[in-house]
Design a binder for this molecule. Sequence first.
Ligand code: CTP
Ligand code: MG
Length: 236
Amino acid sequence: MSTSGLWCVVPAAGRGMRVGGDRPKQYLPIGGRMLIEHTLDRLARHPGIAGLMVVLSPGDSLWPELSTIRGKPVLTTAGGAERCDSVLAGLQTLPADVGDDDFVLVHDAARPCVRLDDISRLIERAGAGEGGLLGAPLRDTLKRADAAGCSVLTEPRDQRWRAFTPQMFRRAALSAALREASRRGVIVSDEAMAMELAGCAPRLVEGAEDNVKVTTAADFALAEFLLGRTAPAGKE
Ligand code: CTP
Ligand code: MG
């Protein structure tokens, strides 16, 4: 791993359709600041992160034009139609000194509550192998629904995990896996899925469940509450 730290690709090119606001959710306020500013600030606070590559929707006019955060470089590039296209665009635009075998992190702009100690654990455990992701074992009973919305089957819960971000893989391996998934016409929902299709078994690293992805309008109040509770130590 490069001693200068890891770059983090932050996909932020989505439209936030499920929130249904007057602008993409990453630009809506939480506690007086844009959602994306909370996320980027938290990532930049982590001592293992060297820089941020934020992937924006082409023609985005709401991005606050940040070029550094907490002294760390913030670069931007244009994303694509699906999240996986945006992540690949970010990987391709990383600075040249990020080597093919260097690990990179990918973290959703929509997850502002990620804990710094979870990022540290991911870096340590996933970095000991060929990469991995934060997640949590499923706690609720899992039901299979029919078309009418009735429960027809109880699915086994053992060995089922929810996948979060950050996810961490080597730059070239992840780029190749995303390209291959795209060539096969598979829209992967996260980086780990692309790596699984490529025959890898990413390390699952258990993280706090309050690393929520802000998805609906109701999640803003939850995220505001959690941001206070998961605030990293240190000066504002
Ligand atoms: N994302 C992206 N490029 C896309 C789609 C999504 O960079 N083409 C980003 C989003 O901005 C978000 C993250 O991927 O930070 C996770 O996606 P999601 O929560 O689904 O956000 P949206 O796609 O914006 O929301 P929705 O699916 O409700 O429209
Ligand atoms: Mg989406």
